[in-house]
Design a binder for this molecule. Sequence first.
Ligand code: UDP
Ligand code: MG
Length: 331
Amino acid sequence: MTGETTLSVVVPMYNEEAVIDGLVARLRPVLDDLHVDYEVVAVDDGSRDATVALLTARARDWPQLRVVRLRRNSGHQAALTAGLHRARGRWVVSLDADLQDPPETIAEMLRLARAGAAVVYGVRADRSTDTFFKRHTARIYYRLMRRIVGAEVPAQAGDFRMVSREVVQTLRRLPEHNPVYRLLIPALGFPSAEVRYVREARHAGQTKYPLPRMIALAWDSVANFSAAPLRLATWLGTGSFLACLALMAFGVIGHLRGVTIPGWTSLFVAVLLLGGVQLVCLGLLGEYVGRIYAAVQNRPTFHVGSDTADDRPTGTEHRTADARPVAAVRG
Ligand code: UDP
Ligand code: MG
């Protein structure tokens, strides 16, 4: 794989042993039929199952398959980052391992990219194979994100997209921590195009995005693009201040009228309310301060343990040349 690589296909994988054979069987003919020089960058995100062993075995008879291993599970977006940084192609397409994104779409993406689109989004025209819960949380997510980030964020465009080398270079230069690519890339404003596709059912295995990870992604999405939650603290504070003014008036009137108020209930409620509001505000501040702290620490988001395309051993290096800074607050 020396020469010019036209296309890199980045596939993050976390415990995906069940889908690898299906993926290779379907992806390889599609890529071979493109008649371009390509590489498949399979990023093993610290899997604990046979993912690496299977990939290594497949790579023996598929020279274009490259296996990049992260030392530990760093999350989908960090695995994507590793793939983007390692990819050498003129165009880079990211694809889920579970065949929910049909690889056949890549041909159309490449056509549009060659016609001048720096970004080609895969837009899910139909998600009827997703669960009810996933579909509805996704709808709310995209609606909220289009409000926060702007209408240039295509609804229902996940991480199945093709970007040009220029976009990859721009992304690599950004000092962003916990990047959420589906929002960050539209925000860059490169000329773009869309390809609609029908989201298929997971080929095999279980989702690697349980609810806590979905929530973490949603919170990263909001916090990366908006300081509005901090303003919420101001509103809560104002609201509770007004409520306390009303309580004060109530107390003074009661005092003047000579009604003896036992007092305990109102005091208790006021203390609880104020305490609660203050804790919420402190928590919000803490979230952002935590992000600033992580940015200052400037740790890489991922550690590449090995890359089959590297000649030099990377076994002991701590910070690879292309590792990007990372937040310490995410596991
Ligand atoms: N993934 C990863 N690291 C993680 C979680 C997920 O690399 O910590 C990969 C996973 O192997 C898959 C992709 O991210 O290729 C999307 O995950 P999944 O298909 O489970 O998410 P869903 O489609 O259910 O949202
Ligand atoms: Mg999936």
